[in-house]
Structure formats: structure tokens, C-alpha cells
Design a protein around this ligand. Sequence first.
Ligand code: ZN
Length: 409
Amino acid sequence: MPKKIFFVLLILLPFISIAQNNTGIPIPMKKRIVFYDKSFPVEGGFIKHEFLIAATKWFKNAFPGNAEPFHIGASGDINGTGIFKINTGPTGDYYDLRFKLEIVSNDTGYTIRAYNFYENSNIKGKSHEYSKIEYRWWDYRQGKPWSVEDKALFMGLDADMTAMFKSFGNDPSIIKSARRMHTPKFKVLAFFSTNVEEDHVDFAYDAIKFYKKMADQKGFAFDTTSNWENLNDANLEKYKEVIWLNEFPHNEAERRSFEKFMDGGGSWLGFHVSGYNDKDTKWPWFVKFMGGAVFYNNNWPPLPAKMIVDDNKHSVTKHLPKTYTAPINEWYGWKPNPRLNKDVKVLVTLDPSNYPLGKKDVITGGDIPVVWTNTKYKMVYMNMGHGDMNFESPLQNKMFEDAVLWLGK
Ligand code: ZN
């Protein structure tokens, strides 16, 4: 590695604290040990999944002879051991320098840290055991000048750390994972309420967890709000897609803003009770938007149910088989049936073999669409959304994912 470049860069590095010494080498220390760290801020979100893959690759390339394999910890951090070889003499004398290396990411960026440095001399006539690098400060801390060898060791350490940060910060795939964070593919805003039926609140929290993780992995922005006043023109302008997890707007201003959003090319995913409407909801536009579907009946208690997938080619249902069993949910029947609307494309239907479905409230028959889209809009309604079991089916989860991706396009 060309040492010249590293020394030029030294002055640019923002060290946390600098232990000056008579060699003029600034060695950063924290809690009395040599401690290097550098943070790389990232604005506007973070694709941690991609970042971890990129950082792991970088780690493998940077330390191919890693004595201990690094690993990704439970918190998603990368831990491992780095080793540098540092030449300290003109005749090929060198030290192995071993240290703990951590790569940590959070919502605002990522940080790389190196500490617990140990050195091992390969010089004839000296012990070949690892010992703490801080012991090499001993003479210096006692006010004695640094030996030529120690000076070379610390200069090498500092140059290699500088090179390491530079290599990490310039890694193309790490930069790429950061750049994609700046420009999410699309932005989603999920509305939910906490003062509604408990099972509907449970669903909202499960869904938020599910979609936040997915947003991280797929590179879109996923914001949530329980303040329905955020359903206004100025705010909706920032989003491509709106989700209603467990509620619908009750006041006129919010309803008008939503209509404008949808008419202007916005997209919508509604779950369960968010599509509920009856004679008391008094929102004719929304009934049309739902393809004419008005709530008719339901089963109670919530139960799992067999589904028929009407269309395996549609982007929302392309990963589903012809039939599957959906986890426990409260299922709604509709009158009029949205299938009667020529603009409606039904994607999933309640299998009639489920009937009679229920105990207290029993659905005894009928053609009951469960997932559909009104092709006049970019919208999908899914009847799932009651209770804490809805995300227990990997198959169905795929549909939950595919819907958000399709609507985000
Ligand atoms: Zn419900």
C-alpha cells in the first residue's frame, strides 16, 4: 500500500481524542486504550440488509487471513478480528498487530471501530507472544523518548488505520448501499389508530413491524402515523402509497384529501376494517372506490379459512398457489358483491368449502371476495387484518409484500 497517501489523509481524520506525543503521531485513545473509530453519516434512512452484505464482503477482502471468523451479531453488528503486518526495520523486521474490529449501523449511518490492539514481534531475540499495544506506551508515559522501533510500530498502526477507514469509506458496494438510502424507490405512509378494537390494533403493530423490516430490505421508505390529520393534501404529496391498517377517515377534509390523492394517481392498500362501510359511514365515493362493496356479514369468532386464488398471474398474487389456508381472521361478506362490478378484479376468494364458517356469527354461504382491486384506481383491498395471527403464513406474507411493491411502482 502506498504509504504517502495515508499520511496526507491523517490530518483529515476527525479523531475522538488525540494523545499527542513527541513523535508527532496523533494516536486516538478512549478510556486509556488505543481506540480508533470513524462514523459515516447517512441521510434519509438506511438499507441495513444491503449494507451488512457489503460490509461483510469488505471485511473478507480486507482481512483474508482473519484468525477468528467475524460474525454478524444479534443486533446486526459485525464483529471480528483484524490483523495488520507492520514493518519496523529495514531488514524485514515486522510486527503482527491484532485488534478487535466492529462495524455498527444505526438509523443515521454506520461506524467502524478498532480497539484492543495487541502486538506480536517477529524479531529475533524477542518473545513471540501477543501483548497489549498500550504497554509500548510505557516508556513514553514515563517521560522517556520513544524508541525507533516503537515509533515505527505506532506510525504503522496509524497509517494502516487511516488506510482501513479509507478503504471502507471508498468501497463501491458500501457507497452504493448508502446512496440507495438517499433515494428510496418510493415512499409509503401507513395510517393506523390505537383507540379501536384491540385485535385491530394488534394487527396494525404486527403490520408495522413487518413492513418496516421489508422497507429496509427492499429500499422503500415506510412511515407510519396514528394522527389522521396527516391525511391532508400537503402531506400526501410526499407519498406514492398510502396504507390504512385498521381504520378509515371519518371527517370530510380527510376524505376529500384522500379522494384527491387517489384521483391524482396515488395508490392505496386497505386492510380489513379500513374497507368497512355501511349506511352509517356516509361516504358514497368510498363505496364506489371499493367497487360497490358494502359490509354485509362476518364470522365470529375469528377463524382460519381456505382461500381460492382467482389469479396467479397478477403482481399481487403471483407467488400464491391456487389455494391456501389463511391464518385466523375475522372474514367479512359484502352486499353488493364487488365481483359484479366490471372494473373490479377479484384476486382471492373465500373457498365455499369453509361454510358454515363461524360459531356465534356464522357465514353460511355466498361468493365472498377477500382480496380485490378496482382497476379504475391503483388500489388493493385485503380483508385480512384482525388479530395477531395474520403474519403467520409465509405464503400470505408474500402477498402482503407483493401488494406494497406493486402499488409502489
Ligand atoms: Zn375485525
